[in-house]
Ligand binder design. Structure first.
Ligand SMILES: Nc1ncnc2c1ncn2[C@@H]1O[C@H](COP(=O)(O)OP(=O)(O)OP(=O)(O)O)[C@@H](O)[C@H]1O
Length: 725
């Protein structure tokens, strides 16, 4: 039996939905929206249960009903081209190379400084912006100072049950907030501000973005500590939640309530209908009535369950119901401001809004994101003013500082939405969010949504939310934060087997599912590039996406993957949160996820809208400690299959063809990433041993040399085993 068959045949990846426990749901629908019993939307026992049971006893080929020719595909197949509306940023995306050119053209070693200078120039041209009057931050430098402090280890968070609490307020944390490993997930604008930019060349700066975590973590922790020192948060009894459609009560994403049963405008209803939505999802049904009442809401719901519509629809209603005001045509007010952590997510939210606005001819939505020309966005906003703006934090700040009249427009904000709220309130984004909050009126409604809301975030949400906000948690107490129809497995294997195992797993999956659509998450952008190149060398149909790619490329690849089947997307954490790729069949996470939340969000790219999916976490033995942070999740331990010698040889040959500069960059990024992990990075000698093991895995005889400056900033000078240049 081939190795990979052995692996899967031994896998007991069965996770059945929990028995129904709807009686324990404690959230109460605010109206009569959830009276009838929901219908089932997926099978309580999954077809793959039988498949994998069968695989244990039968050779794979015997089970396959497809011919070899149908299994192998060279090109992705497009699903219905009309299914995905045109991205709102297509036109700008083509110009984003401009940003990249500026970056790559610079050969001096002061990238960070010149970035700041560039910004400063723009600021200076607009030094009297009303934003500086509002918040006073436009003249300030956003770079962070480097500080040294021990942060402790990874965070572990306990699960939260169903809650709907009124009231907030600060609360001193009983435990120390812990840092995250910083990989490649944020808006590039944020990435640029991390760490030791002023010292590095462009190439080095890329690596620093991935490796300069510890300093940032410390700064973040400090800011957290300052923010957490508040008063105790009030917990109040929780009303009941809407019932899930499935008898299992845990995973169905649809409620029984139709959109036409609630009080939204006929024009919005038409848009909803055209989008193909009839029933509200659980989170939509739970939050819509509360938001329509004008309350602030902090909402938690599993990945892929329609949170975007949940905040967009009531926000559109706010605009639709706003009395026509005396409009300043030069500076029309922005009524709804949606903040998303990544460009892909912002574009996606704007696209969703455009769908819902189809029959609202007088309401417009626009998106402003990094990686595109500011001037072009300025022109577009001037030519076509909108009431709903979706933005990434860094670019929003740029507009506030540099776009005439923009700050005044923000003073019209009635609804502020923080999508992926926990991420936006975490580390890299916190300061920006505070400044954005200072730039919008105090009298507003604020909505915060995420699939994960750690306790730390609950404690600091008062920086955005009113004290009487409602916390709506649709994840039922005692159930997992992940979907039960997504089978999860972890595989702990020596590092030198990882590339071969990854290849074998992918081959297995491709052979098994003719409609395969796979996301492979890697720890950093440069490791992503390496893995993508390797898998390409192995003739797999692969694309890559990470923050070091120009925005035009990112947009193109993202759209392609959205529409395709028969494709593998190797990605950094830019795809970890929110991105809605339909029908992803498998998510592989290679190496340590940044934290528990990131594991959940990455996994959440599959199993969306109640669909089935698989997730595999591939760890080295010394990364196994991560499992303790997710031990409440149904992640099965998979036996390590032996890789057959032919596969091993093939992978080694392919590795020899991977470009040396990509290996060098991956090595440095790898070292930086694990150095920022307090558990692994604590013992520098061991860390270097591991990094050099990784170097060997890439078929390098000697570990690549690293610039002295970078080593210094990583605190790795004079550690035996490292080569410097
Ligand atoms: N009422 C509905 N009925 C059917 N499908 C819906 C409904 N609302 C949203 N969807 C679809 O569900 C999918 C997932 O929605 P969305 O991306 O908003 O999920 P999410 O909860 O924000 O996920 P994540 O936590 O990963 O960000 C989208 O394809 C969206 O079009």
């Amino acid at each position: 039996m081939p190795t990979t068959k052995l692996f899967f045949s031994q896998l007991r990846l069965l996770h059945l939905p929990s028995p129904s426990s709807s009686s324990s749901l404690t959230m109460k629908p605010p109206s009569s929206l959830f009276l009838s019993r929901p219908s089932r939307t997926f099978f309580p026992t999954f077809p793959f249960k039988f498949k994998y049971l069968a695989l244990r006893n039968a050779p794979f080929r015997a089970l396959s009903t497809r011919s070899d020719s149908t299994r192998r595909k060279e090109r992705p197949r497009l699903s219905s081209p009309s299914a995905t509306p045109k991205s709102l940023i297509d036109d700008e995306a083509e110009l984003s190379d401009w940003v990249d050119e500026i970056r790559t053209a610079r050969v001096d070693s002061d990238f960070g400084e010149s970035t700041r200078n560039r910004r400063q120039v723009r600021r200076d041209t607009n030094s009297n912006s009303s934003f500086s009057r509002n918040s006073g931050f436009s003249q300030r430098r956003f770079g962070r100072e480097l500080e040294k402090e021990d942060n402790g280890g990874f965070r572990t968070r306990k699960r939260r049950g169903v809650e709907l609490n009124r009231g907030s307020g600060g609360k001193s944390l009983s435990r120390k907030p812990k840092p995250q490993l910083m990989s490649d997930d944020e808006d590039d604008e944020v990435v640029v501000r991390k760490g030791f930019k002023g010292f590095l060349s462009e190439e080095e700066e890329e690596e620093e973005e991935e490796s300069g975590e510890s300093e940032d973590d410390e700064i973040v922790r400090k800011s957290r500590t300052a923010l957490f020192g508040g008063t105790k948060q009030q917990q109040q009894p929780a009303p009941a939640a809407p019932r899930a459609s499935s008898p299992s009560g845990t995973d169905s994403y649809l409620s029984d309530t139709r959109f036409d049963q609630c009080s939204i405008s006929p024009l919005s209803l038409k848009g909803v209908k055209d989008a193909g939505y009839e029933k509200m999802t659980i989170v939509q049904a739970a939050t819509l009535p509360v938001i329509l009442k004008g309350k602030d809401v902090l909402a938690k719901a599993r990945t892929g369950t329609g949170k975007t519509v949940a905040f967009l629809l009531p926000s559109i209603e706010v605009v639709a119901n706003s009395p026509p005001t005396e409009r300043d045509h030069r500076r029309p007010p922005i009524h709804v401001l949606v903040i998303c952590p990544t460009r892909e997510l912002a574009s996606q939210a704007a696209t969703e809004a455009a769908k819902l606005l189809k029959y609202h001819p007088t309401i417009g939505v626009q998106v402003v994101i990094g990686g595109t020309r500011l001037a072009l966005e300025q022109k577009r906003m001037q030519a076509n003013p909108c009431q709903i703006l979706v933005a990434t934090p860094g670019r929003l700040r740029d507009h506030v500082e540099n776009t005439a009249g923009f700050a005044t427009r923000l003073m019209g904000v009635k609804v502020l939405v923080l999508d992926e709220a926990d991420h936006l309130l975490d580390m890299g984004f916190r300061k920006d969010i505070e400044k954005i909050i200072a730039a919008v009126p105090k009298q507003r409604q604020t909505l915060m949504f995420s699939a994960t809301i750690p306790d730390e975030v609950r404690q600091v949400c008062h920086i955005a939310l009113r004290r009487d906000h409602e916390f709506i948690n649709t994840v039922q107490e005692g159930t997992e934060e992940t979907h039960s129809q997504v089978r999860q497995a972890h595989l702990v294997a020596p590092l030198d087997k990882h590339f071969s195992l990854l290849y074998a797993l992918l081959k297995e999956h491709i052979a098994d599912d003719v409609d395969y659509k796979v996301l492979v998450f890697c720890t950093t952008a440069m490791v992503t590039r390496l893995v993508a190149e390797l898998l390409g060398e192995l003739n797999l149909n692969v694309r890559e996406i990470h923050s070091r790619k120009p925005q035009s490329y990112r947009t193109r690849v993202s759209e392609e993957f959205r529409k395709s089947k028969g494709l593998i997307l190797v990605t950094s954490d830019v795809s970890a949160r929110g991105v809605d790729y339909p029908d992803v069949t498998l998510v592989v996470q290679v190496g340590l996820p940044a934290d528990r939340e990131q594991y959940i969000h990455r996994l959440g790219r599959t199993g969306r809208r109640g669909k089935e999916g698989q997730g595999i976490l591939l760890l080295a033995p010394w990364e196994e400690f991560f499992l303790s942070t997710v031990k409440d999740l149904p992640i099965e331990k998979a036996p390590v299959p032996s890789v057959d010698p032919d596969t091993k040889k093939k992978v080694e040959r392919a590795l020899c063809h991977v470009e040396m500069k990509n290996k060098e960059a991956a090595y440095q990024a790898w070292l930086g990433y694990y150095n920022s992990n307090k558990k692994i990075g604590r013992d520098k000698y061991r860390l270097v041993e591991l990094a050099n093991e990784f170097s060997k895995c890439m078929m390098l005889d000697n570990p690549p040399a690293i610039p002295k400056l970078v080593l210094g900033k990583m605190g790795l000078r004079n550690i035996p085993g490292l080569r410097s240049k």
